[in-house]
Design a protein around this ligand. Structure first.
Ligand SMILES: NC(=O)c1ccc[n+]([C@@H]2O[C@H](COP(=O)([O-])OP(=O)(O)OC[C@H]3O[C@@H](n4cnc5c(N)ncnc54)[C@H](OP(=O)(O)O)[C@@H]3O)[C@@H](O)[C@H]2O)c1
Length: 294
């Protein structure tokens, strides 16, 4: 069984990116800039934003931080996005989700200039991805595809089963795997909570991608021998043996499934670090596109 080491692969990608940024800065001393907007004080969001800023620093990307109070009005947030859309020094805009309930998330996402939408959530970019045009790919699915590519896992003609149909993971990864091209050309099944016989669907998978949000949900009896498993889930469970009393687990029962898998991602250290690395890739792509560089 091969462990797909997302931490190692993402570190390699980030090292390559920092070399690229160094070169870009010879002609463009300002370099790429990523604006990150955080509304409110959700602890998980704060951690994600901090990790994104740290990666920016490592690579040499300017991180432009906007921390707004939870009671910020939708109007003020939309105005900030508008200002960032018009700011020539900003190449990427990321609004950390979820937003407080009084703000319409779809409206905010749609207000981001598509050429700066490094999360790949704007409907224009989702549409482009769907029809196979060049665009920003959403970071988590993009990270999954890169994990498969770096691990030399053949996807062409393989049966990929995706568990979960969210707009940020399940649906886009399914759509990306079915495209014509490298690390794609797969036959894809999307499953969800209304799927009639989930076990039977999962057992047909050559590559199983789990994005459910339920700890250790995929059991050993649900997969076939030799399956490749990508575990997107991040779930915090109680564990008295740790200092904090909790630990992170995926949507896959690693102990059981790794007995049958030919390759599997761990949690933590699998898809998670790749998501941030792909955000960095998208920000640099945006910078190059906006400066007419190849
Ligand atoms: N590693 C990363 O960077 C990263 C990024 C994003 C998310 N995540 C993690 O990935 C997980 C999924 O995130 P998400 O945003 O995609 O979640 P989500 O929006 O809550 O979607 C979960 C999906 O799982 C399906 N589901 C729930 N119970 C099921 C069941 N019993 N059988 C089959 N399908 C079931 C749901 O089906 P219905 O649509 O029918 O309700 C839904 O489509 C979470 O743990 C999240 O923290 C990780």
């Amino acid at each position: 069984m091969k462990l797909i080491d997302g931490k190692k692969i993402s570190t390699q990608i980030k090292e390559e990116l920092s070399q690229e940024v160094l070169k870009l800065k010879q002609d463009f001393p300002n370099g790429p800039g990523l604006a990150v907007i955080l509304v409110g004080d959700d602890p998980a969001s704060q951690v994600y934003v901090r990790n994104k800023q740290r990666s920016c620093q490592q690579i040499g990307i300017r991180s432009i931080e906007h921390k707004l109070p939870a009671q910020t009005s939708e109007e003020d947030l939309l105005q900030l996005v508008k200002d960032l859309n018009n700011d020539k020094n900003v190449d990427g805009i990321l609004v950390q989700l979820p937003l407080p309930k009084h703000i319409d998330e779809d409206k905010v996402i749609e207000s981001i200039e598509p050429t700066k939408d490094v999360d790949g959530f704007h409907p224009t970019n989702v549409g482009k991805m769907m029809i196979g045009q060049e665009t920003f790919l959403p970071c988590t699915p993009y990270g999954i595809q890169e994990l498969l590519r770096y691990s030399n896992i053949e996807t062409s003609g393989k049966h990929v089963v995706v568990v979960g149909r969210s707009n940020i993971v399940g649906k886009p990864i399914a759509m990306m795997m079915v495209q014509k091209g490298t690390t794609a050309n797969a036959t894809v099944t999307i499953t969800h909570s209304r799927t009639a016989d989930l076990t039977a669907e999962c057992q047909r998978a050559d590559i199983l991608i789990a994005a459910i949000g339920m700890p250790k949900f995929i059991k050993g009896n649900m997969v076939k021998d030799g399956v490749v498993v990508i575990d997107v889930g991040i779930n915090r469970i109680k564990d008295c043996s740790t200092k904090t009393g909790t630990r992170l687990v995926g949507d896959v029962d690693f102990e059981e499934v790794s007995q049958k898998a030919s390759a599997i991602t761990p949690v933590p250290g699998g898809v998670g670090p790749m998501t941030i690395a792909m955000l960095m890739v998208n920000t640099i792509s945006s910078f190059k596109r906006r400066n007419n560089l190849k």
